[in-house]
Design a protein around this ligand. Structure first.
Ligand code: AOF
Ligand code: ZN
Length: 363
């Protein structure tokens, strides 16, 4: 009940302050791996007295920046944190201790930390010290924002998002003369934001050979390029490929002759299977992977159960013929893969439909 020790007291304003903490956390998206993006807002008597986010691994955690900003005003305040405050000595000392030392009276947490070094101990430490702790405010949003970290820390591999843009009749590319973009500017801007927010951007070598994409971010203020990953079993990537630069990852089979690619500064990963490849990408601290095609590679991922999330952009156009986003083996309607936790949005003339195929790892 509400009066039992550690009961989750929920105040009407909690959701709104947590939304602000999630917005803070978002500023670190794509920059924090292998750490999570985390945001923290300190509120005293209805007023924000401190805010912070985790900018990158090795730097202080969100709570520390928020406490620094608040100074003495942190005493008696409520801390809204998107992830359970840590309890361990890592690259930085425990945030639970920092919150206690600053005299924080109440802590509201969106989601528990699945890192085995924390895993509920941060919350327990705070409660044992007499701080009131509420867990689970905007939990689903937080888990989605932290999906990369959650995947990396529990599965050792990145969270995989298959993104595609198709016409209303399900074509991702024309087979006739001329092949411009499927969607309009607002949808394409959203894709650029995703590229900025995810750690890696993957395509198959077929796409490299056909389109020679740059795999960069354009038009995002303060944007940074994701790590390009080319799935190229037989090491066919041309040395002139625009996506080939120092840092680019090329995933080949263990038997491919990839010596040619080594001089480009690219990282060649040899993997015998897709799961093995994903674990190797996890070892490179890539926590999230935006898979942008083509259909052959995406189908291999889907059939192996390795697509965790789908983001489909649908343009109100008909082509009548062309490539599909997937080219898998035939399936009965009863065996269709059904997206969960659906999110839909209108972007200019286009429609965004996104949802999950796999569960986000929770504690
Ligand atoms: C928090 N607040 O802002 C973050 C947390 O190596 P360290 O010291 O940076 O610790 C990394 C771990 O701390 C990371 O795996 C995750 O469990 C937690 N991240 N915790 O209280 C933060 N970024
Ligand atoms: Zn911490």
């Amino acid at each position: 009940g509400m009066n039992s020790p550690g009961a989750a007291t929920l105040l009407p304003e909690d959701e709104a302050w947590m939304a602000l903490a999630l917005a803070e956390a978002a500023r670190g998206l794509g920059r924090t791996a292998p750490n999570p993006p985390v945001g923290c807002v300190l509120v005293r008597r209805g007023e924000v007295v401190g805010r912070g986010f985790h900018p990158r691994a090795g730097e202080p955690h969100a709570e520390v920046f928020a406490l620094r900003g608040a100074g003495e005003r942190a005493r008696g305040a409520t801390a809204y944190v998107t992830l359970e405050p840590c309890s361990h000595f890592g690259r930085t000392p425990p945030c639970a201790d920092a919150l206690l030392a600053a005299g924080i009276a109440r802590v509201v947490v969106a989601a528990l930390d699945p890192n085995p070094k924390v895993a509920g101990r941060g919350v327990r430490r705070l409660r044992e010290a007499g701080v009131e702790v509420t867990v689970g405010v905007r939990e689903a949003e937080a888990a989605r924002q932290q999906a990369g970290f959650r995947s990396l820390v529990t599965r050792g591999r990145p969270w995989v998002v298959y993104k595609y843009a198709m016409t209303l009749d399900g074509r991702v590319a024309a087979t006739g003369e001329g092949n411009g973009p499927v969607t309009s500017a607002p949808a394409r801007e959203r894709v650029m934001r995703w590229r900025d927010e995810l750690d890696a951007l993957a395509v198959g070598v077929g796409t490299v050979l056909a389109d020679d994409p740059r795999l960069t971010v354009r038009g995002v203020m303060g944007g940074r390029d994701p790590r390009p990953v080319i799935f190229d079993r037989q090491a066919r990537t041309p040395l002139s490929a625009r996506a080939l630069r120092p840092g680019t990852v090329i995933v080949t089979s263990p038997w491919a002759d990839a010596g040619r690619l080594a001089d480009t500064g690219a990282t060649v990963l040899r993997a015998a299977s897709l799961p093995e490849a994903l674990h190797a990408l996890g070892d490179l601290h890539l926590s999230s992977l935006l898979l942008e095609g083509g259909p052959t590679l995406a189908t291999a991922f889907v059939e192996a159960g390795l697509v965790d999330e789908v983001r489909a952009l649908v343009a109100p156009k008909l082509l009548g013929a062309g490539l599909s986003p997937l080219c898998g083996p035939p399936r009965g309607m009863a065996d269709a893969l059904v997206l969960r936790d659906l999110h839909t949005e209108i972007l200019g003339p286009d429609l965004l439909v996104s949802g999950l195929l796999n569960d986000i790892p929770r504690l």
